[in-house]
Design a protein around this ligand. Sequence first.
Ligand SMILES: *[C@@H]1O[C@H](CO)[C@@H](O)[C@H](O)[C@H]1NC(C)=O
Ligand SMILES: *[C@@H]1O[C@H](CO)[C@@H](O)[C@H](O)[C@H]1NC(C)=O
Ligand SMILES: *[C@@H]1O[C@H](CO)[C@@H](O)[C@H](O)[C@H]1NC(C)=O
Ligand SMILES: *[C@@H]1O[C@H](CO)[C@@H](O)[C@H](O)[C@H]1NC(C)=O
Ligand SMILES: *[C@@H]1O[C@H](CO)[C@@H](O)[C@H](O)[C@H]1NC(C)=O
Ligand SMILES: *[C@@H]1O[C@H](CO)[C@@H](O)[C@H](O)[C@H]1NC(C)=O
Length: 509
Amino acid sequence: MSFSCWLLCISALWLKVSPAESESWNAEVPQSVVGLEGSCVVIPCLFRYPGPTKQASHFTGIWYTESHDKVYDPTPSKISSAFQHRTSLLGDLSQRNCSLKINPLRRSDSGPFMFRIEIEDFNKYTYYQNKVSITINDSLGQPNIYIPEEINSGKRVTVTCSVFHSCPSDPPNFTWSHKGTISSQSLQQTNGQWKITSSLSFTPSKTDNKKKLTCTAAFLGGKKVDSMKTLEVKYAPENVAVISENSVAEGSSVNMTCSSDSNPAPHTYHWFTEARTLLSEGHTFTLNNVSRHIGTIYCTAINTVGHTNSSPTQLNVLYPPEIKTGSSCTLDTSGVTCIFVIDSHPASEIKLWGADPSTELRRTNEEKHGTLTIVILQGVLGFSDAVHCQATNSQGNYTMTLKVPQYPETYNSKLLYISIAATVVFVMIIGFLVWIIRRCRRTEAHLSLQPKTETNVSNQSEPSRKCTDVNPCYDGSQHVYGNMALEEPYEEEYPYDYASEYEETYANV
Ligand SMILES: *[C@@H]1O[C@H](CO)[C@@H](O)[C@H](O)[C@H]1NC(C)=O
Ligand SMILES: *[C@@H]1O[C@H](CO)[C@@H](O)[C@H](O)[C@H]1NC(C)=O
Ligand SMILES: *[C@@H]1O[C@H](CO)[C@@H](O)[C@H](O)[C@H]1NC(C)=O
Ligand SMILES: *[C@@H]1O[C@H](CO)[C@@H](O)[C@H](O)[C@H]1NC(C)=O
Ligand SMILES: *[C@@H]1O[C@H](CO)[C@@H](O)[C@H](O)[C@H]1NC(C)=O
Ligand SMILES: *[C@@H]1O[C@H](CO)[C@@H](O)[C@H](O)[C@H]1NC(C)=O
């Protein structure tokens, strides 16, 4: 008694808690599903039945055509031959899920189809009111590619590609023409359709600009669809360079262009000198009256993404030669040195000559320092009193004449006097030597006849005695001593000593 009362109470509770619809037989299916021929289709299905009092029951789910051909039955042999091996129940019937998968879908599979549930020890029901038909299509449409409005080089970007499908168990696979990180996401639509979106994340570079981006979706069964879009990658100017003629003559004008590679094209250009003085704005810049001192010039290209400078450009300014005022000829003891300093661009052909223009003088040295050429000519001038130098390049020629300095007059005469004096002295010395030699020979002859005595010496006056006694014939030193004695009368004894020595020597001889 108490047990039945308890049961009643439970039943009453159940009735109150359960929603009203769970009591009726109905199935939740779309009226129509779009499927791709050759691919798979899933018919989503949820069935309801009046709640049985017993919980765990055994369910059997069957799908029929209108003509009661079995589309699906848990016993494969009972399935109509038209659907053999092509159908399966995806859903878990105990969860009231009766979703049906048909793979591959045929053009004849249009339906309509209906579901039947058989619940063990309870009831059986075919949902005639909830029929579903399949629209078989050749294509579910092209994939739809989405690319963000602005793609900048170096900034990571995500592009997407989406396509509809009707097979959530085996959604299409995507491939992209560009490398990157791929992820995908499916979203259920109405009528059993799904939308799968593949996302590709990558960092675009300048080289991706104008590249075609293709996304391909491969459906189960092999059908493929693709879509393509052209990438537009924006990037700051690159390879900015000043373009101008190779060389320009001084005083003329030159057109320069600021070239660059950018997307979008630069909207502004700036022209600067080395010292950042703004010269001009505009794609081309005309420089008038070009000077050799112009220095370097560079341009800046500016677009919506950024700005970039070119490298500084040195104009190749051509000008005729000029022989600088520092050029000169100098004279010193080693001879004449002429130095010519020539400034020209390009370098000049240099010709030097003296009195005769047809005879070119050979330079001693030639050095180059930038646009300057230094020519040195040393001591090979002959009798010319001027040196001519002509420098010629493609821009013109320049001739300079330098006077060769001569040795001054006074210097010359002094030199002459010195030479004469030196000659005279030399002649006198020779003459004296000759005289002495002759004299010696004569004295030798005299001595052999008259031997010298002490008394003989003392009788004579001192100077004369010395003169005769000091015999200069023995050697140079004796001669010198004799002379010294002559000039220094205070040291009278020395000559005597020598004289006695001499006498001894003579005696020995
Ligand atoms: C039914 O089952 C399928 C396959 O397991 C699943 O994808 C789907 O979400 C289920 N439907 C519901 C309404 O639970
Ligand atoms: C069916 O295919 C046609 C082209 O063959 C297409 O235009 C139409 O959008 C498709 N229908 C669906 C629902 O995908
Ligand atoms: C997608 O790719 C996976 C792995 O390569 C494969 O197993 C699956 O069958 C493919 N699906 C389709 C729809 O082609
Ligand atoms: C520079 O460009 C202008 C305009 O295009 C042209 O008239 C002029 O002759 C050019 N000058 C030179 C030196 O090329
Ligand atoms: C060109 O520049 C030089 C100095 O660099 C100047 O003397 C000359 O007058 C200028 N000529 C013109 C036409 O401006
Ligand atoms: C030097 O230049 C003048 C014009 O300035 C020209 O008449 C002459 O022929 C040139 N001489 C040489 C050697 O090139």
